[in-house]
Design a binder for this molecule. Sequence first.
Ligand code: SAM
Length: 274
Amino acid sequence: MGESLAVLDVRTETEFEAKHIPGSVLIPLQELDSRTSEVPNSGVPVAVVCEYGIRSASACQFLAERGVKSLFNLEGGIEAWPGPTAAGMEGNGRQVHPIAPERFLIENFQLLPKGLSLDIAMGEGRNAIYLATRGFDVDGVDVDADAVRRARTAARKLGAPIRGVVGNVEDGTYIIPLEAYDVIAVFNYLHRPLFNDIREGLKPGGVVVYQTFTTEQPRFGPPADPSHLLKPGELKRVFDDWEILRLCEEVEPAAPGHPARAVSGIIARKPAEL
Ligand SMILES: C[S@@+](CC[C@H](N)C(=O)[O-])C[C@H]1O[C@@H](n2cnc3c(N)ncnc32)[C@H](O)[C@@H]1O
């Protein structure tokens, strides 16, 4: 799934050597102009860090103007960073986490109303953590306790904590509260009875982001169980009475390290008044 997050440190070499976030890439602010091409720009979120969050805010603006996407400023800088730090120059250039958020989420982030979000079946939290790093208050639920623990730890290290809950969304032991969320996200997971719970769990005006495999997927790999595969047009039918902001049904071509996959995704807004 690639890298989940790159950390770009824009301080001086001396500051970096004294203390930095392990795995961060150092490009001092005054060198950014000549070294813009070294900044990761493949859709992986880039957390930009300096000492107090001020130079990094300028760096974010500078890079955004040059077309670098998915940037965010690490508020408060390294001084406010609660996670581990390292000293010295070793490790400069490596990135932090081995998981990336879904492109569908990154590309459509601007459509999401800020507030409280829920990631259902979040796994190790790559999408939940992304939302938290972008300013959302995030709940994440998964039946796998180890995955939830790893998600919580990774989020805390990034200074973007999430509320990770171990829960089973299929057997009635975890129930989505009514009209509680501004955003509900589901990626790579399908349990059809949840469609109604998601509809009820969003606040009026809230937005669902749902993307998972379609019945075309078995041509490329797992899953093959039809109960885990969306039928053609299914997401559109489920949210047909809502405002559909994005809809896709496609085969994503194979890329190095990623087999092709057939997915459908929707972003839909619940009416403000029903
Ligand atoms: C393919 S993973 C997707 C994880 C994450 N959404 C992502 O895209 O990285 C499917 C996830 O669904 C979770 N899951 C399966 N059954 C579940 C259930 N009944 N309740 C909650 N989570 C469940 C699994 O533990 C796993 O983490």
